[in-house]
Design a binder for this molecule. Sequence first.
Ligand SMILES: O=C(O)COP(=O)(O)O
Ligand SMILES: [Mg+2]
Length: 227
Amino acid sequence: MMSRPCPIVFDLDGTLIDSAPDIHACVSAVLRQHHITPLPLPRVRSFIGGGVELLWSRIIAACSIDPVHRPALIAAFMARYHDATALTRMFPSVIEVLGRLADAGHPMGICTNKPMGPTLQVLDHFGLSHLFPVVVGGDTLPQKKPDPAPLRLALERLGTVDGNALFVGDSAFDAHCATAVPVPFLLYSGGYRLSPVAELPHDGVFDHFDALPDLVAETLMARPRSA
Ligand SMILES: O=C(O)COP(=O)(O)O
Ligand SMILES: [Mg+2]
């Protein structure tokens, strides 16, 4: 099925890449440095999606850490996180499907709550940088998703003028951000979502990237260009 090209913006962690093992490893190393027992991977994974500050708020609460240590913990984490790619994997078929969407003429961007430093490192590591001329990170603006500002900036930089665009993500942060913009939202159900699919506003859902090109085409056909 062919789709007319429109800008597509992607979330990163839990959508294109499974980065939780690296984030967990960095968190565990920092906790051990501070003589705190590390948390299991599923617990840390459940804290991902809102950016580094929210991740550490949740860790500090879960481990009953004195908040006075917060700046030192975050600084130690960022020193490890900025180039942590060894345990990260792309989800199946991501590279092939992004290539197909790019070949079909879709301008593509990233809108992530991950800080720009590690975002650019991981895109480079997986050879994805050339596919994304627009990258908005968690520290690009004062606001993070679900605030609509970062996604609006990504869409504006991709030259969206008539609201004819799509956002693809994995979490409640993404779903509510897309609603606030507003822009149609395609939910990848294989990421770090905590809520049931039915509880997240979405225009389409997919559990494997092979299904994304047809879902993009169907979503665009269902919506008139001026919608
Ligand atoms: O790093 C995070 O907490 C979230 O990143 P994401 O917006 O790419 O899911
Ligand atoms: Mg995500």
